[in-house]
Structures are given as structure tokens and as C-alpha cells.
Design a protein around this ligand. Structure first.
Ligand code: AMP
Ligand code: GLY
Length: 434
């Protein structure tokens, strides 16, 4: 079976590793830069831009691929699934219209509201025509979050207390956003602990992966600027220390209703990954956002635990047979830690060489370029190290030992997966929920 894999990061590196566990699956990988981890697992690679649809299409056709697996959201938003479908090639990943679940914050909030699906905070969508009404709305919400309605590479969302303080600043930022975007979503700030629930769907059935918690802030103790995610953990009972089974079920119920709502709204089935960013609050589980792809680093926590073959799951998604499959996971804890360039995310060093030492951790390459004389960082998160163990303590030790041995101008968060930091998260939930 020939499979086209699109993407060049650590997320696609772990997707490649998991697909290749099936001996019949051969990978043909299209990437923006040469990821040595993916290249080593592929029959053939092609380097190119994700917006060059003709190049993607030609590579897929030339290699007779049976289906495609789309890693990153920008490819989905360019409509790569629609292009491949027009050539008779199915894909794991939604068509452009349905990728709006990630690319348009207003689409998702309005969909939940229209279909009376629980999980929305109080919110309103503003455009140039109704921005004058914003003051009334700001008076009825407790804290403010402003979200540009479009892909902003995770950098457009501004939260009161973190990025601005006053209502006047919120209004000014909304007006600034409206110079570039058609609309802006303003919503109530939620207090709680965030978790990621990554699900697979064929448009009819939804199956979930274990819950994971990511760490977006660059520095220890959840301080500093937001990043793509510095590391993440999951537990051997497939829940999280602050999260009960009933909370995961609430999040799954929301995702199932969203899958049904998408079909009833559009008549098109959503096939692929639906990754919900949820937050446990005093009022139960609320939705922060959906992504139309796996999380990075969260994919690294869950895919290595999968006992069911991923290549088989993909085939079931394509023929809409997911209802007949049961997916199973190893009952292990995982901790993933990223080595990132000094100065990341605002002023990262670039083209600096790094050296990785051997360890018990799994290694997934991200923003690195393999040159003849070694591995160079390209400015974003460089290499992810995954520890797997019988409990969090064991998993954390493995990841920490590996990431701390990287030589070069890098840093990482020592606190991810430690008892101390997780204890703070449990206390936080106790304070707000009890
Ligand atoms: P998003 O791009 O929607 O995931 O937002 C980025 C980050 O902003 C999230 O991971 C949250 O930490 C924060 N955030 C987004 N929406 C809210 C909200 N309604 N309340 C509190 N924090 C939020
Ligand atoms: N870990 C956050 C993301 O993948 O969007």
C-alpha cells in the first residue's frame, strides 16, 4: 500500500513511524524541508511548498498512492484534500470547506450555537458593521479573549491579563484585527485547566485518543510567551491527574455532536482528525477550539501507545467503516519535551548546529535541517524527546535525561511532567471546582 504523507515536523515524524508499523505500508513523503526522521522511513521524498498543489498532485500520481495523510493545517486550508480527491485519491484530512472548523473561529462557535451543542463560552462575532455594539457585550462578560477570524499561526489570540488589560485595549485590538480580517470573535475568558482530546472520525463514528496536556508557555512554571507547545504528558490510566472519565466523556460528546452537525449543515462527511482543545472549568468542560489535524506535541504522546494498526484505521476512515473498529492503547504514561533554539519563540537563533546523544527516549525531528556535517536548527521547535514508562515519574526521567543531553544553543522546560508542576494543576482545579 502506497501512502502519501504531507508535512515535515515531529508530528509527521511520529505519524510516519506509526504507519510504518504495518509491513505492507510504504510511505511517499512530501515535505517543506528535509526531516531526517521522516526521510529514513520513506521510500521516496519530495521537497516542495504546501501551496504548490500541482507538485503535490504529480508526486502522488507518479507514486501511485492509495491515499494521503495530511499533517499540517495550512495544507488543509489550501484545499489539498479537494485537489487530491479530484484525482480520485482519498485523504485523511477534511476538505477545505470543513477545515474551517480550525481556520474560522466564528464558523465553529456559530455551529455549536446553532445546533445547541454545549461547550461554548459567551461569545459574539463582530465585523465593521456591528463593532459599535461591542461595549454592551464587554459589559456582560467577566474577562475578555479576542480571536481574529482566520489562521494566524497561533499568534493572533489575545487574552485579558496576559496580553492586554482594559476594555479600551480590547476594542482597539478588535479594530486592528478588522483591518486585516473580515471578522473577530470576542469571548468570555474561561478559568481552568486545558486538555487536548484528539479524535478520529469518518464522518459518522468518532473514536478518541487518550487525553493529553500540552504546555504552551515558553518558560518554566507556565511563564513567558506562548509557543507551539514546549512539551506534553499523558497518564497510564489514559486520563489526566485533574481529569475524570466523566470529563473526557463530556468532551467526546461535544465532538460527536459537532461531527453530526457538520454533516447536517453541509451534506459532506468530515474524514480525519478532529482535535479539540478543551478546558475544565467550574461549569464543566468548555471548548477552546478545534484543530483539523493532530496536535504537536500531543501526537507524540498518543500514537506510540496505539496497539491497533494506524494504516488499517486510515483505510476504515476512508470507507467509513470506523464503527466496526475498536482502537486500543498501551496503558503507559508518556512525557514529551522539546529542545528549542535559544531565544525561541521571539528571537530564536538559526542555523546553529545541535548534537543529540543516545538515550532511552524516542526522538522526533521538527525544525531541523540535515546537512552533510550534521543537524542544524531552522528557528522553530527543534527536536522532541518522548519518554514512555509505567508511570509519569519514569516517563519524565527518560525524556528529561535525553533532552538535557542535547549539545548546542538550545533550552527546554525541565518542569513538564514533574510531580511539582502537575500538583499545581491539580490544586488549581480543586480551587475553582470545589
Ligand atoms: P486558540 O487559538 O483558540 O487555541 O487560543 C490560544 C490560547 O488562548 C488557548 O490555548 C488558551 O490558552 C487561550 N484561550 C483561548 N480562548 C480562551 C478562552 N475563552 N478563555 C481562556 N483562554 C482562552
Ligand atoms: N499543541 C498545540 C497544537 O498543536 O496546536
Amino acid at each position: 500500500m502506497n501512502i502519501l504523507l504531507l508535512g515535515h515536523g515531529a508530528r509527521e515524524n511520529v505519524i510516519a513511524e506509526t504507519i510504518r508499523k504495518s509491513s505492507y505500508a510504504k510511505l511517499f513523503s512530501y515535505m517543506k524541508s528535509n526531516n531526517p526522521g521522516i526521510a529514513a522511513l520513506s521510500e521516496k521524498i519530495e521537497i516542495g511548498s504546501y501551496s504548490d498543489m500541482d507538485k503535490v498532485k504529480d508526486f502522488a500520481k507518479k507514486n501511485n498512492v492509495d491515499f494521503a495523510f495530511i499533517g499540517p493545517e495550512d495544507s488543509l486550508s489550501f484545499g489539498v484534500v479537494d485537489v487530491l480527491q479530484s484525482e480520485g485519491i482519498d485523504a485523511i484530512g477534511p476538505v477545505k470547506m470543513l477545515a474551517k472548523l480550525e481556520t474560522s473561529k466564528s464558523f465553529t462557535r456559530n455551529l455549536l450555537q446553532k445546533h445547541e451543542i454545549e461547550g461554548n463560552p459567551k461569545f459574539m462575532v463582530f465585523g465593521k458593521e456591528n463593532i459599535d455594539e461591542i461595549d454592551d457585550f464587554l459589559n456582560i462578560i467577566e474577562g475578555i479573549v479576542v480571536k481574529p477570524d482566520g489562521l494566524t499561526g497561533g499568534k493572533g489570540v489575545k487574552v485579558q491579563g496576559d496580553h492586554f488589560n482594559t476594555k479600551e485595549e480590547a476594542v482597539a485590538y478588535c479594530k486592528e484585527v478588522l483591518e486585516k480580517h473580515e471578522s473577530v470573535v470576542v469571548e468570555e475568558k474561561l478559568d481552568g485547566e486545558e486538555f487536548s482530546l484528539q479524535c478520529l472520525t469518518d464522518g459518522k463514528t468518532v473514536l478518541s485518543f487518550p487525553a493529553v496536556q500540552d504546555h504552551k508557555r515558553a518558560y518554566e512554571d507556565d511563564k513567558g510567551p506562548n509557543t507551539g507547545g514546549m512539551g506534553s504528558y499523558s497518564c497510564e490510566n489514559l486520563l489526566l491527574p485533574f481529569l475524570k472519565k466523566e470529563h473526557v466523556n463530556e468532551a467526546l460528546k461535544i465532538t460527536k455532536k459537532v461531527v453530526d452537525a457538520i454533516y447536517s449543515e453541509t451534506g459532506t462527511y468530515y474524514k480525519g482528525i478532529m482535535y479539540g482543545g478543551f478546558i475544565l472549568t467550574k461549569d464543566g468542560v468548555k471548548l477552546i477550539e478545534y484543530n483539523a489535524r493532530f496536535g504537536d506535541p500531543e501526537a507524540m504522546n498518543v500514537l506510540p501507545l496505539l496497539k491497533t494498526e494506524l494504516a488499517g484505521i486510515c483505510q476504515a476512515i476512508i470507507v467509513q467503516d470506523l464503527g466496526k473498529l475498536k482502537i486500543e492503547f498501551k496503558k503507559k504514561a508518556t512525557v514529551c519535551k522539546y529542545a528549542v533554539p535559544e531565544g525561541y519563540p521571539d528571537n530564536p537563533v538559526k542555523n546553529e548546529k545541535i548534537e543529540i546523544q543516545s538515550s532511552n527516549a524516542k526522538i522526533y525531528y521538527a525544525s531541523v535541517d540535515k546537512k552533510q556535517d550534521g543537524l542544524y536548527m531552522t528557528g522553530s521547535r527543534a527536536v522532541a524527546f518522548l519518554g514512555i514508562g509505567d508511570n509519569l515519574e519514569e516517563a519524565e526521567k527518560i525524556a528529561e535525561e535525553a533532552v538535557s543531553k542535547v549539545k548546542g544553543k538550545v533550552f527546554h522546560r525541565k518542569d513538564i511532567g514533574t510531580k511539582e508542576l502537575i500538583g499545581k494543576k491539580v490544586e488549581h482545579i480543586k480551587r475553582i471546582v470545589d
